[in-house]
Write a protein that binds this ligand. Structure first.
Ligand SMILES: Cc1cc2nc3c(=O)[nH]c(=O)nc-3n(C[C@H](O)[C@H](O)[C@H](O)COP(=O)(O)OP(=O)(O)OC[C@H]3O[C@@H](n4cnc5c(N)ncnc54)[C@H](O)[C@@H]3O)c2cc1C
Length: 499
């Protein structure tokens, strides 16, 4: 519990606040409102949809028509959620705060405070209204691209696969003419298919793992028949656009002066070690790297919620069968409880919305709750199969050269990280961070955190455990805010007028 005080004048208290309006948060907010709760839905985006249903700016186009050729799936489900959101807003039960980011949450005995700020620079809301109070909180902040450094990855034209797809989905902009899509996992197929459909020449899609790894757990793959059908559609797109898919292949270097021009590829063994003599080069002006996703946990770690390491090596929020976290006021849904994709995120959102309603004494349908839980278990089984079939190769760090940048923001090289471990006897990633500055720049370790923790663990003989990843995620202030917002945190003396 935090010592900040509840302001003297009783703030308006919602039943539940939901952070994130992606598949999970949107589902949670709508279901909670439909159970009769007073809901506040907060998202940094101007529009709902999150990563999966990211779409062009509605101020410039009709919101409900599915944008073509930008890899959207399940659009009908999105428009249904949108209509139910509009109905809940019209009924006065749901407030949607768009283009606002939650930079900190504080939990008290019976309520949670969400400190918010406008993403559009100057905040027109008076200070007191920038804090949202609620009896329960649902964290549905999603995930971002997980990245691995490779020589030349700081060149223009080298991007995260999700970023490439986001440019297509939101702006219908092609990030290059000739593309190599590399990394591991089914998301590569979605990105490559979207690029090919948009007219980009996809030279190769290279996956570090063998497809046969899926055969190890066939029953898991069958848990999400919709994903299998999606896979068939990608295969058809690849045939139509002559896109080659190469497995057990990685990008070992990107070269070019001022921009990516040449991409070095090599065959690897099961651990990711390069097979001697297998290197070759292709030309491309776009390299899209996708190594899975990293859940966005600043708010959760800031609240001190219990976390755990998931099958794919990600730090996730530890929740029970009703998605309640280690804090009884806080629930979590979507990628923050484990990377599982959009459909699983929707199912988690629905359960979280109903579970909060049940927790606050609103009537719920136990059979429906049981159906949600079964749906979740199925999605979870698929996700475990997906992570086991597409792991990050354990020997990825052998692709590095001493001058490869690990931290792009602070331009910290692999050699400098090694020096901090060997020379300065740094014990863990946090030590390396304060001595050599990786992760101290603009992204605060969001891009390099995963790789850095692995490199340091290898160097110190340690393990990448939850405390190690928490130390790289823990921020008392989740996103940059104004001094005024910070000043507003100072506990008020009951006799002191609110400024
Ligand atoms: C770039 C990208 C592209 C993807 N494309 C696909 C795809 O094509 N197919 C697929 O199956 N999966 C895709 N994924 C995986 C994606 O994570 C899931 O499909 C799905 O979007 C997860 O839903 P979610 O609600 O958990 O999170 P998200 O969709 O990520 O939604 C989280 C929301 O929380 C908001 N948010 C986060 N922190 C804050 C804060 N502090 N304050 C306010 N708002 C906040 C974000 O703005 C976002 O709108 C993609 C992921 C990424 C990163």
């Amino acid at each position: 519990m935090t010592e900040q005080s509840i302001p003297a004048s009783e703030p308006s208290l919602a039943d539940v606040a939901v952070v994130g309006a992606g598949p999970a948060g949107l589902s949670a907010a709508v279901v909670a409102a439909e159970h009769g709760l007073q809901v506040v839905l907060i998202d940094a985006g101007r529009q709902t949809g999150g990563q999966y249903w990211r779409h062009p700016d509605e101020r410039h186009r009709d919101a409900f028509s599915a944008p073509e050729h930008t890899g959207h799936h399940d659009w009908a489900h999105y428009t249904d959620l949108r209509e139910r959101l509009a109905a809940s807003v019209a009924s006065g039960r749901l407030r949607h705060l768009a283009a606002r980011q939650v930079w900190r949450t504080d939990a008290f005995d019976d309520r949670v405070a969400l400190r918010t700020s406008s993403v559009a620079g100057t905040d027109s809301l008076p200070l007191a209204e920038r804090t949202t109070w609620a009896r329960r909180l649902v964290i549905a902040t999603g995930a971002y691209d997980r990245q691995l450094p490779v020589p030349g990855w700081t060149l223009p034209g080298v991007m995260a696969a999700g970023g490439v797809q986001a440019m297509l989905k939101a702006n219908q902009v092609r990030a290059g003419r000739r593309a190599v899509v590399a990394g591991t996992g089914p998301f590569l197929l979605s990105v490559a298919a979207g690029l090919a459909e948009a007219g980009v020449e996809v030279v190769e899609v290279v996956d570090a793992n063998a497809l046969s790894r899926w055969a190890a757990t066939p029953l898991r793959a069958l848990q999400e028949p919709g994903k299998l059908w999606e896979g068939v559609q990608y295969a058809a797109t690849f045939l139509r656009h002559r896109v080659p898919l190469r497995t057990r292949t990685v990008v070992t270097a990107v070269r070019g002066s001022g921009r990516a021009k040449e991409v070095e590829l090599a065959r690897v063994d099961g651990a990711g070690r390069v097979r001697p003599g297998s290197s070759r080069t292709v030309t491309a002006d776009l390299v899209a790297f996708g190594w899975g996703f990293t859940p966005q946990l600043e708010l959760a770690v800031g609240l001190g919620l219990r976390t755990r390491i998931d099958v794919d090596g990600s730090l996730v929020i530890d929740v029970d069968d009703d998605l309640r976290s280690s804090d009884r006021l806080v629930f979590a849904a979507g990628e923050v409880t484990g990377i599982g994709g959009a459909i699983a995120s929707c199912a988690e959102g629905e359960l979280a919305g109903a579970a909060v309603a049940q927790d606050l004494g609103f009537s719920t349908d136990p059979r429906r709750m049981a159906r949600h839980r079964r749906r979740l278990r199925r999605g979870r089984r698929f996700a475990i199969g997906m992570h086991r079939a597409s792991p990050v190769p354990e020997a990825w760090d052998e692709w590095l050269t001493p001058d490869t940048h690990i931290c792009r923001c602070e331009e910290v090289t692999a050699a400098e990280v090694t020096d901090a471990v060997d020379g300065l006897r740094a014990d863990d990633a946090r030590d390396v961070r304060v001595t050599a500055r990786p992760g101290m720049g603009l992204c605060q370790g969001r891009v390099c955190g995963f790789a850095l923790s692995k490199l340091v663990a290898t160097g110190t003989g340690g393990v990448v455990d939850a405390p190690a990843l928490e130390s790289l995620t823990n921020r008392q202030v989740g996103v940059p805010v104004s001094l005024g917002d910070l000043a507003a945190l100072v506990p008020h003396h009951p006799n002191q007028e609110e400024s």
